[in-house]
Design a protein around this ligand. Structure first.
Ligand code: SAM
Length: 388
C-alpha cells in the first residue's frame, strides 16, 4: 500500500519526518529521538529515523540541531520491499510524478537509506529510479547536486530495503546538498597526511549552504595544524595558510607555496603587523574553552565578516545534555567576543565532535593579539570547572 501524507514542514505543523542521526551517536539515538517529540519512530537502516509526527521546531530546534545531521519533511512514504516488487521503478516514478510534478522544484535527487555501506543493488535501483523520474518530469533547472541553489526546493528521495521516502525541501533546510546530508569525501587516501583533510574539505563544501566560498588566494589562520591534513587541503584549494602548532608539520608540506608555518603556542602567536585573515580554522585538541580563548585572542587579526570554522571536541562522555551545554557555553563565549554563530553540524568526517561555523560580527575590535576579546569571552566561563 502506498501511504501519502501532507507535510509541508511548516511552523507548528506536525507531520512525518525522516532524520539522520549519525551512527557515532547510536547509543544516545533513542534519547535524541525523544527530544524530537515524535508520536512514533522507526529506525530505517542504521542512521535514519522515520518520525511518525513531529514539528519543524522540534526537528530544527537548539536541542536537536547538533545531533540530527539531516532532516526531510516526508510528503510521500512507501514502506515496501523494492527488491521483491515487480515494476518497482515504474510504479515509484509514476507516483512521484503525480505527487510532485506541479511543485516548483529545482532538482530531483535519489539517495540511499544505507548510505554508509551502499549495496550495489540499491545503488543501481536509485540510479534507475532517478533516470526514469527525470524522463517523466518536465525539464528541471538543475541537473546535479553541486549546482543546486541552497535556498530553493529540491525533491529528495531516500531508497532502501525498507521502501521509498520522499519530500521537498531546500538544501539549507535539510542541512546538506545531498539526500542524507553532506557529500561523502573519502579520507582513506594512502597519501593523506591526516583524516582532518577530509573534514575541512567537507566543512568548506557544507559552508556553501550558508555563504559564498572564499576566493582563491584568501588567507587562513589555522590553529592546531600538525600534522597538516587540513593545511594540505587548504593549499590544494589555492588558499594561503598561516599554520600554527606546537608540533611540526609533515615534511611533505616543506616549502609549499602559500604556506607560513609558525611552531609555537596558538595563544602566544601574534599576527605580523598589517596581516589580516579571511578565515580562521581551529582544530586544537584539549579543552573547548581554551580553544575558543585562542580563537578570540586572534579576532583583531580577522577581517570584518571573516569565517571561523571551529571543531567542538567532546570530552569522553555520551551525554547529549553535556554536549549541548558545552556548545551553549562556547557559542556564548564566541558571541561575547564578537563572533556570531552561522551554522552548527556533525560532518560525516567528524567523530565524537561537531563543527561550529562563526562569522566575525565586524564593528569595534581589539588590535591584533591584544587578547581583549578573549578576555571578554572568558568572563562568561564558569568559575567552577564543569566536568564533561
Ligand atoms: C587534532 S590535532 C590537529 C590536526 C590537524 N588539524 C590536521 O589537519 O592534521 C590537534 C593539534 O593541536 C595542537 N595543539 C593543541 N593545543 C595547542 C596550543 N595551545 N598551541 C599550539 N598547538 C596546539 C596539537 O599539537 C595537535 O597537533
Amino acid at each position: 500500500m502506498i501511504q501519502q501524507h501532507s507535510n509541508g514542514g511548516g511552523a507548528g505543523v506536525a507531520g512525518p519526518w525522516l532524520v539522520r542521526i549519525p551512527e557515532v551517536f547510536a547509543t544516545v539515538g533513542p534519547e535524541i529521538v525523544r527530544r524530537l517529540s515524535p508520536t512514533g519512530a522507526t529506525l530505517l537502516g542504521t542512521e535514519f529515523y522515520l518520525l511518525k509526527s513531529s514539528t519543524a521546531e522540534a526537528v530544527t530546534g537548539p536541542d536537536t540541531v547538533l545531533h540530527v545531521s539531516w532532516r526531510l519533511p516526508v510528503a510521500h512514504s512507501w514502506p515496501c520491499r523494492p527488491r521483491t516488487m515487480e515494476g518497482f521503478v515504474e510504479k515509484a516514478a509514476q507516483t512521484l510524478l503525480r505527487k510532485f510534478s506541479g511543485q516548483p522544484i529545482q532538482a530531483i535527487l535519489v539517495g540511499l537509506l544505507h548510505g554508509g555501506t551502499p549495496n550495489s543493488y540499491y545503488k543501481k535501483l536509485a540510479s534507475n529510479l532517478r533516470g526514469r523520474v527525470l524522463q517523466l518530469f518536465p525539464p528541471l533547472p538543475v541537473a546535479e547536486a553541486e549546482s543546486q541553489h541552497a535556498g530553493r526546493p529540491t525533491l529528495y528521495c531516500l531508497l532502501g530495503p525498507e521502501g521509498l521516502y520522499a519530500g521537498v525541501a531546500s538544501p539549507v533546510a535539510t542541512n546538506g546538498f545531498y539526500p542524507g546530508g553532506t557529500k561523502h569525501l573519502p579520507h582513506e587516501a594512502v597519501d593523506a597526511i591526516s583524516r582532518a583533510g577530509a573534514k575541512v574539505a567537507e566543512a568548506l563544501h557544507y559552508l556553501r549552504l550558508h555563504r559564498a566560498a572564499l576566493p582563491k588566494g584568501a588567507h587562513w589562520l589555522e590553529l592546531g595544524a600538525s600534522p597538516g591534513g587540513m593545511t594540505a587541503e587548504l593549499l590544494s584549494k589555492q588558499f594561503r595558510v598561516t599554520a600554527v602548532d606546537r608540533a611540526a608539520l609533515d615534511s611533505r608540506l616543506d616549502g609549499m607555496k602559500g604556506l607560513t608555518f609558525v611552531r609555537g603556542d596558538a595563544l602566544a602567536f601574534r599576527a605580523p603587523a598589517g596581516v589580516v585573515y579571511d578565515g580562521l580554522l581551529c582544530d586544537l585538541n584539549g579543552g573547548a574553552r581554551e580553544s575558543m580563548m585562542a580563537v578570540l585572542s586572534h579576532r583583531g587579526a580577522l577581517k570584518s565578516g571573516a569565517v571561523v570554522i571551529f571543531t567542538l571536541k567532546l570530552p569522553g562522555t555520551e551525554s547529549v545534555a553535556a554536549a549541548l551545554a558545552l556548545r551553549d557555553e562556547i557559542v556564548a563565549m564566541a558571541g561575547m567576543g564578537g563572533l556570531n554563530l552561522i551554522a552548527q553540524t556533525h560532518l560525516r568526517a567528524n567523530r565524537r565532535e561537531f563543527t561550529l561555523f562563526f562569522a566575525d560580527a565586524g564593528g569595534s575590535r581589539p588590535r591584533a593579539g591584544t587578547g581583549a576579546d578573549a578576555e571578554r569571552g572568558a568572563s562568561l566561563r564558569p568559575r567552577s570547572g564543569r566536568a564533561y
